[in-house]
Ligand binder design. Structure first.
Ligand code: NAP
Ligand code: G4F
Length: 327
């Protein structure tokens, strides 16, 4: 199959392209040009990168997308590109709407024009549930986004639903809860914690400054979640699916697990600063992925404890290596 992935240089783009390329699919990626000619997470895996066909383009530039879609005529499209950092969406709301809403509309329009028989996946988010009032959230939970990012993902979600209903296109939404990995961006709380714990352990840094420690998230492993994306497009009809572990943990739990894995007492090193708190936060998320488990046969394979340890161990290897090189 011919596949187009937007956002291929990010965490999920990396795991998804690795999964699809390993099956022999022809994987095309849309990459934003930058002055360093760097390819994000793909730079960590030159062997994978050599198997991919990368095209310069930007989801906010319809012309660039049309050129790529016209050339590739994809069987499947995974639209993962986004300004994905919630905190950043408060300081750059217009840019967030431009990339996440207009960019999604552009992707859908190019898809409709050049591959109307194909299948389209949109990376929606549990952030759209926002101010939740239920113990767990599923496909029927009323959305109440709490950030420009959450609003943009809700708009993308309904644009997808609308294109499905109006034009009969195969457009599916994955409503994914937080998912992490050793390739998670360093500004997200899990990676910020794993990296800081390791640096404190190695004596490179002495403290970690965070915001809301009480916030609770349903954290899973990215490689499990990209498998769900594939299953969503394999399914017999277009539909929307919550993907989550069903467990919730606080930021404090994550810190405690990461630090104790390295034999550290987190209370001696962690401080709270208001500057990392958000104007409005999502305080609790716990996904109910029963629909995906029943219809797609999907389930997560990595527990919370395993995920934290995996991230800490990967950062320990990385930072120790850098430290040795510098000595
Ligand atoms: P990520 O690591 O931040 O990756 C985002 C990707 O989008 C990067 O490849 C980035 O390229 C690309 N991008 C940003 N703006 C672009 C533009 N204007 N044109 C083309 N590409 C652009 O995010 P992720 O964690 O892999 O998440 C993938 C998707 O799932 C995102 O849409 C995110 O919002 C959504 N999501 C993520 C989670 C999660 O917990 N990870 C949960 C729910 C939904 P650069 O490398 O050039 O920056
Ligand atoms: O790691 P976070 O920045 O992720 P957040 O906001 O939940 O968003 C992630 O998950 C969404 C799915 O629900 C995705 F759609 C989105 O693209 C992204 O991948 O923050 C998690 C929690 C928040 O409540 C935040 O307030 O951690 C809290 N937190 C506390 N101290 C912090 C910090 N977050 C960050 N990034 N940095 C801190 O110092």
């Amino acid at each position: 199959m011919k596949i187009i992935i937007s956002g291929i240089t990010g965490q999920d783009g990396y795991y998804l392209s690795r999964l699809l390329a390993s099956k022999g699919d022809q994987v095309h990626g849309i990459v934003r040009r930058n002055s360093q000619k760097s390819f994000g997470v793909l730079d960590t895996d030159p062997e994978l990168k050599s198997k991919l066909k990368l095209h310069y383009g930007d989801v906010t530039d319809k012309h660039s997308l049309d050129t790529i879609f016209k050339e590739v005529r994809p069987d499947r499209v995974y639209h993962l590109a986004a300004q994905s950092f919630v905190q950043e969406s408060w300081s750059n709301p217009e840019l967030t709407y431009e990339i996440n809403i207009k960019g999604t509309l552009n992707m859908l329009n190019s898809f409709r024009e050049y591959s109307p028989e194909g299948r389209f996946y949109f990376a929606s988010s549990s952030e759209m549930f926002g101010k939740v009032e239920t113990k767990s959230q599923d496909e029927k939970t009323f959305p109440w986004p709490r950030s420009p990012y959450g609003i943009s993902k809700l708009a993308g979600f309904y644009t997808g639903v609308n294109y499905r209903e109006a034009y009969g296109l195969f457009v599916s939404n994955g409503i994914l809860f937080n998912h992490e990995s050793p390739h998670r961006g360093e500004e997200f709380v899990t990676r910020k914690i794993s990296l800081a714990a390791v640096k404190i352990h190695l004596g490179v840094e002495s403290e970690l400054v965070l915001g809301n420690l009480d916030s609770q998230r349903d954290w899973g492993y990215s490689a499990d979640y990209v498998k769900a994306m594939e299953l969503i497009l394999d399914y017999e009809r277009p539909d929307d699916f919550v993907i989550a572990t069903g467990e919730t943990h606080s930021v404090r739990d994550f810190v405690q697990t990461a630090f104790s894995h390295l034999g550290l007492d987190w209370k001696k090193h962690v401080k709270v600063d208001e500057k990392y708190k958000r104007p409005a936060d999502v305080s609790y998320l716990r996904g109910d992925s029963s629909k995906a488990r029943k219809l797609l046969g999907w389930k997560p394979t990595v527990s919370f404890q395993e995920l934290v340890k995996m991230m800490v161990d990967a950062d320990l290897k990385r930072v120790s290596g850098q430290k040795k090189k510098a000595e």
